[in-house]
Design a protein around this ligand. Structure first.
Ligand code: PRX
Length: 695
């Protein structure tokens, strides 16, 4: 068994990267049929909202969109010019691209030759413009009485002190720094400090296990890991430093030793003296960082210099290091934030995502701060101490833009509207959704109950790879259809292709690809250019393939229908089925595993694992628990299977390919839709699986 055991022999072949499911056309959202494409159910922004909006009508959108397509260089240069560049890009190199593997290596470059710094544009620029006393961040702790704030000036001081410390220990341009922190203000501070000195941050979500953290550390070889001693999430205390310690032992075994573990003392969760300490590598943040000067020279970097690496899941067990660069990402996150949320300088913006995911990179840290926005960070769980917490926070800070994931909407909807009704929420003006398709019932509850039927919802479709929003409503421009992400952002050309990669026109359903690059696009997978080309550009020559299915209705609205590859989306967290399978087969009693996604009322998708045990091992509840524990410890609690289904054998073709189509049907009990099973090496396994469904 290899560490990165591929869950099935059918992965990572070029031809196979092409989607092989029944197709997106068949999809529903959580059992709700996709709404018909007539005008019934259109939700219009109010005239007042549209009147004050940055883009206030479909016509205005269409004009701007057309310009962005006809003259991308001119369109994006104008926006880029609103930022500070130490040196301007070459005007004839605004964008250089090749998205066609048949014509040579894939290449995407924006603003080549330009030199800038995203930290300067996100922080210093506002201070220098006289906005230093504006709040940059509010922070709300796990408990309702814990809070804090930082002005842009104070943020600058803190970023500079950390940047100076990092420089003092030898971190420089191009060096990796792993950040494993909860939602403290120190998390965006650490990201910005890295950016300031040209270091490449790799934030690892602090819900990942020691094993998962060690994999990422081994891959990117950071000079420093930044963490804190512990965090409280709801009633639970999580000793983050212990997890980091375990991961550093493992990565050292893999040949990667990290010199420094900079640890923030999160006093509200755990005191210094209770923290296990490793002399030699461990350094308390509070002991060193505040001693450094609050001014730190900027490292001016090339527009195409790397800004960060963020690991995400794909069709094989090995996470992919998505690499984003500086200039294009800066311009793209800032402009998407501004338009999709109709941002105004007086807004108070809260995105519930953690900075450990792309949403927290682009729309907690960079996008909002580049606009000089007031950002709220929340450390705790959204339903702690009760399901009214979010609205308590909204009222406490006067939140105007609230951006979250459908899974939270569904979970709060299940808890009942009374928790919402207790709070005024009158400050809210725009709502946002991200991470998975939002089913129309959840959309309506979000709109009617949370937003009192006054706040447009920006259902933003995008991915770790895209850097920023790709298909999203501009809230003042279009009437909305609940559940549809509506129309492409400026400069984005989505196309829907059929199995053969032929573009389809008008009303259609198929595989969602993007034609032409956009500034926020990722540039490669760290250390694996082949996988980059194979996964994203080979399935359909000439296009970026998203891995998602999509339907376009007769009015041109886009309806995302979910992943068409071996990736599932659990509570908005992207998980490769092969990652879970890898973890399961590492259990000494597990011979083979196949994982599929199933509809889940709250999480969107749940994890359903078929497990074949080593010969002679009996099924038991303890074993079931131990298998789930293995996944929790190798990936993280969020990837724990919802169901383990004992499988004496798995349905395979004669060439040994697991027929996931059949497993999906068994998992969702669509037993009359199993289709043709005659090509299986042993059709009898299907009956066995059906019989064992309820054990
Ligand atoms: O399947 C799509 C789904 O989330 C995937 C990307 O996951 P990740 O890279 O982790 O980024 C999540 C945050 C951007 C997509 O391939 N997805 C994301 N947003 C939406 C969505 N599906 C439908 N509607 C959305 N608004």
């Amino acid at each position: 068994r290899r560490r990165w055991a591929m869950g099935a022999s059918d992965r990572l072949k070029v031809a196979d990267a092409r989607p092989r499911h029944a197709g997106p056309c068949a999809a529903t959202m959580l059992g709700e049929p996709l709404p018909a494409s007539d005008d019934h159910g259109l939700v219009h922004p109010s005239a007042d909202f549209s009147a004050q909006a940055l883009v206030s009508s479909p016509q205005q959108y269409q004009e701007m969109y057309q310009r962005s397509i006809d003259d991308p260089a001119g369109f994006w240069s104008e926006i880029a010019e609103t930022f500070y560049w130490k040196q301007k890009w070459s005007p004839d190199e605004v964008c250089t691209e090749n998205l066609d593997v048949t014509k040579g290596p894939i290449k995407i470059e924006w603003f080549k030759g330009g030199k800038t710094n995203i930290c300067y544009n996100a922080v210093d620029r506002h201070v220098e413009a006289g906005d230093g006393e504006k709040i940059a961040m509010y922070w709300e702790g796990n408990e309702p009485d814990q809070d804090g704030k930082l002005t842009y000036s104070a943020l600058l001081d803190k970023v500079c002190q950390l940047a100076n410390y990092l420089k003092s220990v030898g971190v420089g341009k191009g060096d990796a720094v792993v950040i494993y922190l909860p939602m403290l203000m120190e998390l965006p501070i650490a990201m910005l400090a890295c950016a300031r000195i040209g270091a490449v941050h790799s934030v690892v979500f602090a819900g990942f296990s020691a094993d998962a953290l060690a994999q990422r550390i081994t891959d990117c070889k950071p000079k420093v890991v930044i963490t804190c001693n512990a965090v409280k999430r709801g009633p639970k205390l999580i000793p983050l430093k212990d997890i980091v310690d375990a991961s550093l032992v493992q990565s050292a075994k893999n040949g990667v030793s990290v010199g420094i573990c900079l640890t923030y003392e999160n006093q509200l969760a755990m005191k210094k003296e209770n923290t296990r300490w490793i002399t030699g590598t461990d350094v308390w943040w509070q002991d060193v960082v505040p001693n450094f000067p609050t001014r730190c020279d900027m490292e001016w970097v090339d527009a195409e210099d790397p800004l960060f690496l963020l690991y995400t899941s794909g069709s094989t067990g090995k996470p992919k290091g998505v690499l984003h660069t500086t200039g294009g990402y800066m311009v793209y996150t800032a402009s998407t934030f501004k338009h999709a949320f109709d941002y105004k300088p007086t807004d108070i913006y809260w995105c519930t995502a953690d900075c450990g995911w792309i949403t927290g990179h682009s729309y907690v840290t960079y996008g909002p701060l580049l606009n000089g926005a007031i950002v709220l960070l929340y450390e705790g769980a959204p339903n702690y101490p009760n399901p009214g917490r979010c609205w308590d926070i909204v009222d406490k800070y006067g939140v105007t833009i609230f951006y979250t994931a459908p899974t939270l909407v569904r979970s709060l909807m299940r808890d009942g509207s009374e928790y919402v009704d207790q709070y005024s929420r009158k400050s809210l003006r725009v709502l946002g959704s991200v991470g998975e398709p939002i089913n129309p019932t959840a959309w309506r509850w979000f709109y009617n109950v949370v937003g009192n039927s006054r706040c447009p919802i920006s259902d933003t479709w995008w991915q770790t790879e895209t850097g920023g929003f790709m298909i999203t409503p501009l809230p003042g421009a279009w009437p909305q259809k609940p559940g549809s992400a509506t129309f492409p952002f400026f400069g984005v050309q989505p196309v829907i292709v059929d199995e053969k990669g032929r573009e389809m026109e008008g009303e259609c359903s198929g595989y969602l690809c993007i034609k032409k690059s956009w500034p926020g696009a990722f540039r490669t997978l760290f250390g694996d250019k082949d996988r980059y080309e194979t996964t994203y550009f080979k399935p359909f020559s000439g296009y970026y393939f998203s891995g998602d299915g999509c339907r376009r209705d007769k009015d041109g609205y886009h309806w995302l229908t979910g992943r068409v590859d071996d990736v599932i989306n659990v509570s908005g967290h992207r998980i490769g089925t092969a990652e879970v399978e890898s973890a399961l087969v590492s259990h000494p009693k597990c011979a083979e595993a196949a994982v599929v996604g199933i509809d889940h009322e709250v999480k969107g998708q749940g994890i359903y694992a078929f497990v074949t045990l080593v010969d002679g091992i009996p099924y038991s509840d303890d074993l079931r628990k131990s298998l789930v524990m293995t996944v929790r410890s190798q990936i993280g609690a969020f990837a724990a299977p919802d169901k383990i289904h004992w499988a004496p054998g798995l349905p395979k073709t004669r060439s040994g390919k697991i027929m996931r189509r059949i497993l999906r049907k068994i998992a969702s009990r669509q037993l009359d839709e199993l289709g043709d099973t005659s090509t299986l090496a042993d059709p009898g396994v299907v009956d066995q699986l059906i019989t064992l469904s309820d054990t």
